[in-house]
Design a protein around this ligand. Structure first.
Ligand code: GLN
Length: 274
């Protein structure tokens, strides 16, 4: 099938999904999948879409399958991460989280930092790239996610110490003692939101969903590790719909500061040391 025919056949469905420039959108997808220059595709409306490519385009456009899992690659800050279905695809908001974390690290001259629930390793790698002299630790409950994170750290050539751990349970005591700042993009999606979303279903559920109001992770942290929550400085990404609840849970453990993401949405909660 030719590109312009594909666009014609799928224009309506794309417009319905909020894709207002279907040609540019599809050309970008083809460019990513086939590693062909975007300009070459967009200038050639007779570009031939073979059957394999057709299946992939339909999977992305009709079934909302993330293109990043097809290309096995996602951009984050100024680098490229390997991603597969075992890890969340890093979001732009998480780049904002990293930028705020960097300011906090610089201001406090922190030397030992933990990325709790690292997934693809995005946050930990970004921090280590910016501050090569500080120690970065990263943990995840998922063995498969950690494999991806390690692969990324190797690929990007940064040294990070990884732990397979549910919250802090399996992180060595001496590491927990040293750590002065904890950054985390934990699961925080509300169950209902998750069930109604077409695109989230391909990503690991345990990296996303956190109960009815998205607070399960924060509640577990406060119930199971109250001392560590008191003692340490934290920066969390959380849900725009229930950030007030996150604030309420964490405010028992220290002073709270809220930050907006680049869409001007209240999204991040900083909890200062006791
Ligand atoms: N920001 C992601 C989303 O809403 C969720 C990330 C998370 O749960 N940590 O798609």
């Amino acid at each position: 099938m030719r590109l312009n025919e594909y666009i014609k056949n799928n224009r309506e469905i794309m417009l319905k999904k909020g894709i207002f420039n279907p040609l540019s959108f599809v050309a970008k997808l083809i460019s990513k999948i086939k590693k062909i220059e975007f300009s070459k595709i967009i200038l050639d409306r007779d570009f031939e879409i073979d059957d394999k490519l057709l299946l992939l385009l339909n999977k992305i456009i009709i079934e909302d399958y993330p293109v990043e899992y097809i290309t096995k690659s996602a951009e984050f800050m100024d680098f490229e991460l390997y991603v597969d279905e075992n890890v969340l695809i890093p979001r732009i908001e998480t780049e904002d989280l990293v930028k705020i974390a960097m300011k906090i690290i610089e201001k406090n001259k922190y030397k030992n930092i933990l990325d709790l629930g690292t997934g693809s390793g995005a946050i930990a790698i970004a921090l280590k790239k910016s501050f090569p002299e500080i120690n970065i630790y990263a943990s995840d409950i998922s063995e498969k996610a950690l494999k991806v994170a390690k692969k990324n750290a190797d690929k990007i050539n940064v040294k990070i110490e990884f732990f397979e751990s549910d919250i802090f349970y399996n992180i060595p005591e001496e590491v927990l003692k040293k750590v002065d700042f904890i950054v985390s993009n934990p699961p925080y999606v509300e169950e209902k939101f998750y069930i109604n979303s077409n695109s989230l279903k391909y990503e690991p559920e345990n990296a996303l969903v956190a109960g009815k109001d998205g607070q399960d992770f924060f509640l577990r942290l406060s119930n199971e590790f109250p001392d560590l929550l008191f003692e340490k400085h934290y920066l969390f990404e959380t849900t725009e719909f229930n950030i007030e609840k996150t604030k309420e849970i964490l405010s028992e453990f220290g002073i709270i500061k809220i930050y907006r993401d680049s869409f001007e949405i209240n999204r991040f909660v900083e909890k200062l040391k006791k």
